[in-house]
Design a protein around this ligand. Structure first.
Ligand code: NAX
Length: 327
């Protein structure tokens, strides 16, 4: 039998956690041959709720679930972790200033980065879901000097999947006929969902849709989808976010299919003029171990301006985090 992989999930008692844990335990994260040991991290007041979820996980009798441990302290929670899904975060509440939001999240993601540095397995793969995801990943990476920065990623796969669904609906083609779609920049309303290189059944997407649909409908629909879900559902995206987290890790460990790429927030190496060290979404491929930023794409003036605007927001967040002494 294979040694179980250790998967640490923070915010385990939250709504994304509830949509995520059963899929991990059933084998959808690491495949049907890899047993999983779950480590759940919560704040003390939510540990009881996490215990309830653990009882339900037990009651599924998942053959691949090797055990569940629950923690309210990051150090033991990340001990030996092969995968870290950092979902729990401090949400922005009405009237909260950005500095307060970043401080609260610095207090979460700094210690979690340090815990990963101290005790995670040498092959640790980290996905930050909790918002502001890119900057939270930046903070965590800054507190883990011994872990290669490339192991810290932020989730833009939900934006990517939303973009696939919008383009598929508009062209009347299945989602799996689409290649080479990209989300650039921050996981926020400034993100740039880019169709300039996308193809649908091999035909350039821009030959199939109207330019005004791209700028007036497609880009804002994808960028503001989170708010539209809240408006309709009365709660933020949960199952679709959990699904995207599964997709992100699955692609990381299985590799991207030949002839396609996906989108992920990764630490910039300076590609496309994005300042080195910033966690930005890019077109990326995985070889099953690490992500690589797709090189050599030409950005037209409109694309350049959209990417620059989103990167400016990330630079501002980085400066604010540094100003607060959080990284
Ligand atoms: P919930 O409020 O339902 O759950 C969050 C959980 O995190 C709570 O149980 C809370 O107790 C826990 N938590 C808070 N601080 C913690 C800490 N220091 N250690 C461990 N656990 C802690 O939120 P949910 O809907 O599950 O969303 C979680 C996060 O995902 C939010 O930050 C949200 O903004 C973010 N999202 C990110 C998305 C993305 O595409 N990157 C999309 C979906 C989602 O909006």
């Amino acid at each position: 039998a294979t040694t179980p992989a250790v998967v640490t999930v923070t915010g385990a008692a939250g709504q994304i956690g509830y949509a995520l844990l059963f899929r991990i335990a059933s084998g959808q994260l690491l495949g049907p041959d890899t047993p999983v040991r779950l480590r759940l991290l919560e704040v003390p007041q939510a540990v009881r709720a996490a215990e309830g979820t653990a009882m339900e996980l037990d009651d599924c009798a998942f053959p691949l679930l090797a055990g569940i441990d629950i923690f309210d302290d990051a150090r033991p929670a990340f001990d030996g972790a092969n995968v870290g899904l950092l979902v729990g975060a401090r949400p922005r509440t009405a009237g909260m200033e950005r500095g307060d939001l970043l401080s609260a999240n610095g207090g979460i993601f700094g210690p979690q980065g340090a815990a990963i540095n101290a005790g995670a397995a040498s092959d640790i793969k980290v996905l930050v879901v909790g918002n502001p995801a890119n900057t939270n990943a930046f903070i965590a990476a800054a507190h883990a000097p011994d872990v290669p920065a490339e192991r810290f990623t932020a989730m833009t796969r939900l934006d990517h999947n939303r973009a696939l669904a919008q383009l598929a609906a508009q062209t009347g083609k299945p989602v799996d006929s689409i290649r080479h779609l990209t989300i650039w920049g921050n996981h926020s309303a400034t993100q740039f969902p880019d169709l300039t290189r996308a193809t649908v059944d091999g035909t350039p997407a821009l030959d199939l849709v109207d330019p005004s649909w791209v700028s007036d409908t497609f880009i804002p629909t994808v960028a503001k989808r989170g708010a539209a879900i809240i408006e309709a559902r009365g709660a933020s995206s949960a199952a679709s976010a959990a699904n995207a987290a599964i997709d992100h890790i699955r692609t990381w460990v299985d590799g991207t299919p030949e002839g396609d790429w996906t989108s992920a927030g990764v630490v910039s190496d300076g590609s496309y003029g994005v300042p080195e060290g910033i966690v930005s979404s890019f077109p990326v491929t995985s070889d099953g171990t690490s992500w690589s930023i797709v090189q050599g794409l030409e950005l037209d003036d409109d694309s350049r301006a959209r990417l620059d605007a989103s990167v400016a927001e990330l630079v501002d967040e980085r400066e604010a985090v540094r100003g607060l002494g959080l990284a």
